[in-house]
Design a protein around this ligand. Structure first.
Ligand code: ADP
Ligand code: MG
Length: 137
């Protein structure tokens, strides 16, 4: 099992419900279990106008590859009604992989650690809330 941190964000519809539904669906992904859930925080949208976000981070353990996990997360986004209209458009749910073990990945579809990890305050705060000993270098 590999420990993975996934960010959850919603700024459309019933944000809390959307996040709860996403967590439930993530828990139902094959060979994956939820280990910890951070508190949810309100944040301002960044680089785009629009409603405030509700954000959180979860820690999961999985045997799926990062690519497979990303596919499953994208499927959940679609199931929860996410439409891909324009960059940074308001969304019912955004699920990003922040950390996948201590692996570094850089492919066309996936960059891990998440490129915004260090510049988005809530990523760091929520990660440290659920994993106080995490080393964010
Ligand atoms: P954003 O999350 O940047 O607001 P999207 O959710 O629309 O935008 O994602 C755009 C693309 O980013 C996805 O199709 C995905 O392939 C790619 N991507 C690259 N790295 C990651 C990552 N660590 N987690 C999630 N998606 C990623
Ligand atoms: Mg995303």
């Amino acid at each position: 099992m590999i420990d993975v941190f996934v960010s959850l964000g919603s700024n459309l519809g019933n944000k809390k419900k959307n996040i709860e539904k996403a967590v439930k669906k993530i828990g139902a992904i094959e060979n994956t279990k939820i280990e910890k859930i951070s508190s949810l925080v309100k944040t301002k949208p960044h680089q785009a106008p629009g409603p405030n976000y509700l954000n959180g981070v979860i820690k999961i353990a999985t045997t799926l590859s990062a690519e497979k996990l990303l596919d499953s997360l994208k499927k959940i986004e679609t199931e929860l009604g996410r439409k891909r209209s324009f960059k940074n458009a308001p969304r019912t749910i955004d699920l990003d992989i922040l950390l996948y073990g201590n692996k570094k990945i850089k492919t066309k579809n996936l960059i891990v650690p998440h490129p915004k990890l260090k510049i988005r305050d809530f990523f760091k705060k929520s990660l440290l809330e659920i994993e106080p000993n995490l080393k964010l270098v």
